[in-house]
Design a protein around this ligand. Structure first.
Ligand code: DHE
Length: 546
């Protein structure tokens, strides 16, 4: 069926479903609807892959509301089907309209949600060890790059639903290597030296990719969790590339790994703590992790605990020595964040529309700042404004605004941690923004916009005027039913790349813009370009350039 006919059919279906939903609201479902064991198993997997991120593995809610059957039964099956199909403006994706789930899967999911949730399994160190594989031992790895390419300008491209990472040459735009990683692969981080990419899949599988091999390849892997979103390596002087840490969504764990082999070294349970007076929190998911520049420690954000932990890795190889964890109360629900300058780490407490500013030197909460609705910084954007000095910005999922705050308490105390601008953009649904010292613009996406035009649009925001300069639809994105997502600069900042995130059934592309003139200069295409999402330039990721 051609794209336009498909969209018409989808619109009719949505209208019909919304009608059913309207009629169905208020009709309390007395008994949970029937679901076969096979359907239950399928739905459990879909839930883990597509829903648990926002609603929690236990369905207790976080970024999204709780999905307990007693609450949902008041709404009924038809209503649930309509919401899953069409999404909601606050950030719930349109799973049906965007072709993520079939109508049959939506039907199963609606029934699944009206039944009691399954109890997810725990994991033991032995189980983790069974998954650990070293493909190339550190002593067998090359002592210098085995190719002549500028590996610090490689860009690791996440091919989400392919469970692959593409290593693309930032100079030539050619594919250098395609490596298999975890399922529903989520992010990459560069090791301190940049030689390795660490990758984490939603299935909890961590992969270590050696960029000096010819071609770059996975040299070690391990699966410390069933569900994960974050990974980081050790970056403090003397510990470069020595350790890595995986932040699990389920079970409630952070797992410390050897940085060169991914051997699991330490399981750190995150359940059982809560900010303030505290309570036992069973589902305590690890959200963003960054490596501190001040101490040999990671800054680990525990979503449902509303706490930020400083996890010391300096004594891991000294048996009998303490492993210090300092717990700082921040707020709910911690999600993503990045450095503002090199001293302050800013993380979104997105349920409260707030940004938590963490002083990595003092290990304190320096400030709380009210952003727009559901701030979603990715890692945010840093630049120096002529009036406000160093500033840091976030996008927002729920409101059409880029929030800019002063970020220099020493040099510009009057603006520090104050919102200095709320830049209007045409669409809600932002996920990521990015800038570079050599570009006058902040590039801003809106892939979760309820408007199809919004999902295909990118904006360039003037860093001095603090105004949106220009927004445009990426030609061809809407025809593919794709969303434009995650700007990333090449090393040196002359180009910015955006993923055109289509379905896994057909290739899409990565669009490349001149980071000054905003002209499209290339499209990275090929059969391998399927479901591209995040992109990570080696130099920029290792050096925290954003
Ligand atoms: Fe992400 C970062 C969690 C959905 C692509 N995402 C993060 C981080 C967290 C997170 C905790 C910060 C990691 C860090 O810095 O250590 N993401 C979640 C979810 O819970 C959520 C909302 C739902 C889910 O079920 O996973 C979710 N994320 C998505 C997507 O739908 C995206 C667009 C594509 C995909 O993978 O499905 C997506 N998330 C990303 C990317 C980053 C990220 C590309 C890193 C951005 C960066 O520049 O650092």
């Amino acid at each position: 069926m051609p794209g336009s006919a498909l969209r018409r059919t989808a619109k009719r279906l949505l209208a019909a479903l919304t009608l059913v939903a309207t009629l169905a609201v208020g009709y309390a479902q007395a008994e949970p609807p029937a679901i076969t064991p096979e359907e239950f198993e399928t739905a459990t997997q879909i839930y883990f892959d597509r829903c648990a991120g926002c609603h929690g593995a236990l369905r207790a809610g976080a970024t999204g509301p709780n999905l307990f059957p007693d609450r949902l039964s008041e709404k009924g099956e038809g209503y649930l089907e309509a919401i899953i199909y069409g999404g909601l403006p606050g950030g719930m994706p349109s799973m049906g309209a965007h072709g993520i789930l079939t109508m049959e899967q939506i039907d199963v999911m609606a029934r699944f949600l009206l039944n009691e949730p399954p109890a997810p399994a725990q994991i033991s160190l032995d189980q983790i060890l069974e998954t650990w594989q070293v493909h190339v031992a550190p002593e067998d790895r090359p002592s210098e790059p085995q190719h002549d390419l500028d590996w610090e300008n490689f860009v690791g491209v996440i091919l989400r639903d392919m469970g692959q990472v593409a290593i693309v040459d930032g100079d030539t735009h050619e594919l250098v290597s395609l490596v298999d990683t975890g399922y529903a692969i989520h992010i990459l981080r560069s090791s301190a030296t940049g030689r390795y990419f660490t990758a984490i899949g939603r299935d909890g599988k961590a992969s270590l990719i050696d960029l000096w091999s010819d071609p770059p390849e996975v040299v070690a892997e391990v699966k410390p969790c069933y569900d994960a979103r974050s990974i980081e390596s050790s970056k403090f002087e003397g510990f470069e590339d020595a350790y890595a840490i995986v932040g699990c969504y389920w079970p409630a764990l952070a797992v410390v790994l050897d940085g060169l082999t991914l051997e699991p070294l330490k399981m750190i349970g995150t359940a059982g703590y809560q900010r303030g007076a505290g309570d036992y929190v069973e589902e305590a998911r690890v959200a963003a992790i960054v490596a501190s520049h001040y101490y040999p420690e990671w800054i680990v954000n525990i979503k449902e605990a509303g706490q930020t932990w400083f996890v010391d890795y300096s004594r891991l190889d000294e048996p009998g020595q303490p492993m210090a964890i300092t717990m700082l109360d921040t707020d709910l629900f911690l999600h993503d964040g990045g450095w503002a300058g090199d001293r302050y780490f800013v993380v979104a407490a997105n349920a409260l529309n707030k940004l938590m500013v963490i002083d990595a030197q003092e290990r304190t909460l320096a400030a709380e700042v009210t952003a727009g609705e559901i701030p979603h910084p990715g890692r945010g954007a840093n630049w120096v404004h002529p009036e406000y000095g160093p500033v840091w910005a976030t996008g927002n999922l729920g409101s059409a605004e880029m929030t800019v705050m002063g970020a220099d308490p020493e040099g510009h105390p009057e603006h520090a941690w104050q919102v200095v601008a709320r830049v209007e953009v045409p669409f809600t649904g932002n996920l990521f923004l990015k800038t570079h010292d050599n570009s006058p613009w902040v590039f801003y996406d809106s892939p979760m916009s309820p408007s199809p035009a919004g999902t295909a649009t990118v904006c360039a925001i003037d860093k001095v005027a603090l105004e949106t300069e220009r927004c445009w639809e990426v030609p061809g994105a809407q025809e593919l039913g794709a969303r434009v997502v995650h700007p990333e600069f090449t090393r040196g900042g002359s180009e910015v790349w955006l993923s055109v995130w289509g379905s896994m059934n057909e290739p899409s592309f990565i669009v490349v813009y001149d980071a000054i003139t905003l002209e499209e200069i290339d499209r990275i295409e090929g059969d391998w370009v399927r479901t591209p999402t995040g992109k990570f330039n080696v130099y920029n990721t290792a050096q925290d350039v954003y």
